[in-house]
Structure formats: C-alpha cells, structure tokens
Design a protein around this ligand. Structure first.
Ligand code: ADP
Ligand code: MG
Length: 169
C-alpha cells in the first residue's frame, strides 16, 4: 500500500453522526485500502450556503492505498451514492460528502479530479481536522505548512464536537 491519502468526510443533512460513521466503516472496507488514522469530529456553520442551512460535521481520515487517485474517487462516489447523496456539484445540503484532500504530493488538474483539493487552503473545516492527524503536513503546491494557513478565529469557528458546542453548531 504505497500511497498515502487524506479524505474529508462531511455531512449536514439527516442523522449526520450516522452518515459519518457509516461512511467511515464503508471506506475501511474498500479493497486495497488501509485506514491509518482519523481526526476528531468537528462542527462548523455552513459557509457560502443559503441562510438557515444546517451546520456541518466534518472528520478527516488518513489512508494507505494501492488504488490510484481516480480509482479512489470512484470508490468514494459509490459510497456517497449508497448513503443517499444526491445533487452533486451544487452548493446544497448533503447527507455525505467525501473529498480527497491530498494524495501523496501529487498535483492533478483533471475535469473529474483536482488534487490538492482546490478549496483546501480556504477551508478551516478541512485544514483543522487534517492537521490534527498530521500537524507537519505541507501543501504540495506552496510548500508551506498547512497549519500556517490557520488563525485563532478559525479555531473558534470550527470546534471539536465533544466540546458541547452551543445550539446551532
Ligand atoms: P463539493 O465537494 O465541492 O461540495 P461535490 O461533492 O458536489 O462538490 O463534487 C463536485 C465534483 O468535484 C465531483 O463531481 C468530483 O468529480 C469533483 N472533484 C474534483 N476534485 C475532487 C476531489 N479532490 N475530491 C472529490 N471530488 C472532487
Ligand atoms: Mg465533494
């Protein structure tokens, strides 16, 4: 299992905890994939989405895999479908979203797949779980530490779920 990848799980519709844990269990069962670590579950308000959109739960996982990045995306899309995901490609609430954040230090700009994930550096809800797993991770395009893209405000907005976040989170 030569390749290391990081996946972000996200849910803001239905039983969000159940969708995250089901997706995690299904990812662990993908042939040719080994689970190497998971972050805590984080909660944050929906960004750049319609007013009143339910808040998100997010969790990052680290895997080793024999699958290519495109094979991995196909496997993740199957899991999204099995977990009631509809309306891909729109800024809508979703039962489950599975995004590949990093795949080794590969840089891919294809129609179906962009790696590193194009929004990674703009999304504290992706960066914070990611650096919980590996605090020294570096962005393959900028060669800067991912943790250097975060500030105190980001950590106030993206909270570990165990912290009894206030209503609305
Ligand atoms: P988003 O995750 O940005 O809310 P979607 O989950 O609806 O959007 O995915 C939109 C498209 O993004 C998918 O059809 C997929 O092919 C593409 N895509 C590009 N790069 C990635 C990536 N790194 N991980 C997952 N999907 C990606
Ligand atoms: Mg997605």
């Amino acid at each position: 299992m030569t390749n290391t990848a990081y996946i972000l799980l996200g849910s803001n519709l239905g039983d969000r905890n159940k969708y995250l844990s089901s997706a995690m269990a299904m990812i662990k069962k993908i042939p040719g994939l080994k689970h190497c670590g998971s972050s805590s579950v984080y909660s944050s308000k929906a960004e750049q989405m319609a007013c009143g959109t339910p808040s998100f739960l997010n969790q990052a996982i680290k895997i080793n895999t024999e699958l290519s990045s495109f094979e991995l995306l196909t496997a993740l899309e199957k899991i999204e479908k099995a977990l009631d995901r509809t309306d891909k490609g729109k800024q809508l609430s979703r039962t489950i979203d599975l995004d590949i954040l990093l795949y080794d230090t590969e840089i891919i700009n294809a129609e179906r797949l962009t790696i590193p994930h194009p929004e990674l550096l703009n999304r504290a809800f992706a960066l914070i779980p990611l650096i919980e797993i590996d605090p020294r991770l570096v962005h393959p395009l900028t060669n800067k530490r991912l943790k250097d893209y975060l500030n105190d405000e980001d950590f106030k907005l993206v909270r570990q779920k165990e912290e009894n976040a206030p209503a609305g989170y």
